[in-house]
Every structure is written in structure tokens, then in C-alpha cells.
Design a protein. Structure first.
Lengths: 196, 67
């Protein structure tokens, strides 16, 4: 068994990419920072809005800030040992390989199904070998046991129920979003702890 | 033909199917997915030109909006 210090020393060597800093990305990033993952590379072009605060790791006084800047601030409040690389940019097929090259694992934490598909396909095609941890299906409430983790192969993992979608006038809610974000962070830790 | 779809055996009344044809036969309700055939990712732009054959292993992630 490893102790806390040995685990933190191990995790400090790695870089996790986080695509999207909304409900999944912000909460997943905080869990990875608290766990001691050395470098977090976070991309999101959006600003914090009041309506995000029902599920995203931001605060009232951060409304209007770039999400990546607000998240960097919040990570610094829990640890001064985590390096945060912020990319306030809209991801596309051309910039993804450049931005995420060098990551040991990538968390897919984007909002729309189109963006999720684009990111996963681009990473699997252009950055082969880097595992992607996908979040899919986190809307509504209850049904805790329908949220699960699934390993597709050594480079592809999914967390979520894989069926629920946000309603027209209803955004996802914190409890199920945090469950999936926590599961994604847990999968990242597992992948990194299994590296030599 | 028989294929393995997400580790379950599925039988189709055809010798070969394009990825698009297979998706239409399965009548999935969700819009988007990620597909791998025998370990190789099939980009969504190639669903009409990529074919699934007997014995193939197909893995699929169902993509739901929300993040």
C-alpha cells in the first residue's frame, strides 16, 4: 500500500487535460487538484454566468470572469502545488491536437453531443494512445445506480448513464453532475496510478 | 451475419452493412455516438463508406448533451 505522500508524489508527475470547464470540467478539475495531479490543462472559451452556479464550481463574485481564470483562482485556494495551464479557446479539429499533446489523459467535459463527438474522434485519431474519459448522461435527479463507469478499451472510458439529456428549459442539476464529474476524476486517478 | 455489439451478440439479416445501415436497423433514439470497429475508430463522416462484416467487434458510446 502507498501512503498519502507517495500517492501525491506519483500523481504530481502527470498532466491531465480537461476539455470544458462547465459542470463536469470544473468539478472534475477541483477533485484532481485536491488529489494532487501535478498539471491541469483546462480549455473553455465561456464566461461564468449566474445560471451556472446551480452545478458548476464557481462563486457569485466570479460571474463575468472567464471560466478558466475563475477555476485557476479556485484551484489556487485549495493547493499551491498544482500547475494550471488555461486555454480560453473554442476547441476544434485543428487546435485540439496541438493543445492536448503531452497530456497523460484527457477528460471530455464538453456540453453538446456534437462537441463531444468531435473531441473524442479527434483525440482518438490524432493523439492515439492518450486515454479519453467521456462524460455522457447526467441530467435529472434520482436514479443514482444508473450512473456508471464503463471501460470501452485502454484509451476510451465513459462515465454517466448514457441516456439522459437536459430538458428544454431545465439544465442538469448539481448532484448527478457531481457524481459523473467525480467518476471521471476517479477514472483519471486510476489510469494515472496504474502508470509506472 | 453475426457481430458483437458492445460485447453482446447481434444478428442481422445481411452479409454486410454500412455503419449507417446498421444504425438505421437498430432504430436508436439518440442522435450521436462514437463507434469503433475491431479497435479502430470510425469517424462520423465515414458511416456511409465503412462496412460491418460477419464476426466484427463493434463498440459504441452513446453521446448525450450536458456537461
Amino acid at each position: 500500500m502507498m501512503n498519502d505522500t507517495a500517492i501525491r508524489e506519483h500523481l504530481a508527475r502527470y498532466r491531465a487535460g480537461i476539455a470544458g470547464a462547465g459542470g463536469l470540467g470544473s468539478n472534475c478539475a477541483m477533485a484532481l487538484a485536491r488529489s494532487g495531479v501535478g498539471t491541469l490543462l483546462i480549455s473553455d472559451f465561456d464566461l461564468v454566468e449566474l445560471s451556472n452556479l446551480n452545478r458548476q464550481y464557481y462563486f457569485m463574485n466570479q460571474v463575468g470572469m472567464l471560466k478558466v481564470s475563475a477555476l485557476k483562482e479556485n484551484i489556487a485556494l485549495v493547493s499551491d502545488k498544482i500547475k494550471v495551464i488555461a486555454h480560453p479557446i473554442r476547441l476544434d479539429r485543428n487546435n485540439i491536437p496541438e493543445i492536448f499533446a503531452g497530456c497523460d489523459v484527457i477528460v471530455e467535459a464538453l456540453d453538446s453531443d456534437e462537441m463531444k463527438q468531435m473531441l473524442i474522434e479527434t483525440v482518438q485519431t490524432c493523439l492515439p494512445g492518450i486515454p479519453v474519459v467521456v462524460g455522457s448522461g447526467l441530467s435529472g435527479w434520482g436514479k443514482s445506480n444508473e450512473i456508471r463507469y464503463r471501460k470501452v478499451d485502454d484509451t476510451l472510458y465513459v462515465c454517466g448513464d448514457e441516456y439522459s439529456t437536459p430538458g428544454e428549459d431545465m439544465s442538469p442539476m448539481a448532484p448527478r453532475v457531481l457524481m459523473v464529474a467525480g467518476m471521471q476524476a476517479n477514472t483519471v486517478i486510476d489510469i494515472l496510478m496504474n502508470k509506472p | 451475419m453475426k457481430i458483437m455489439l458492445n460485447n453482446r451478440e447481434e444478428e442481422f439479416d445481411a452479409d454486410t452493412l454500412s455503419v449507417r445501415e446498421m444504425l438505421n436497423l437498430k432504430k436508436y433514439s439518440f442522435r450521436l455516438r462514437v463507434i469503433k470497429i475491431n479497435g479502430e475508430l470510425i469517424p462520423s463522416g465515414q458511416y456511409d463508406t465503412t462496412f460491418i462484416n460477419d464476426g466484427d467487434e463493434v463498440l459504441m458510446i452513446y453521446l448525450m448533451s450536458g456537461g
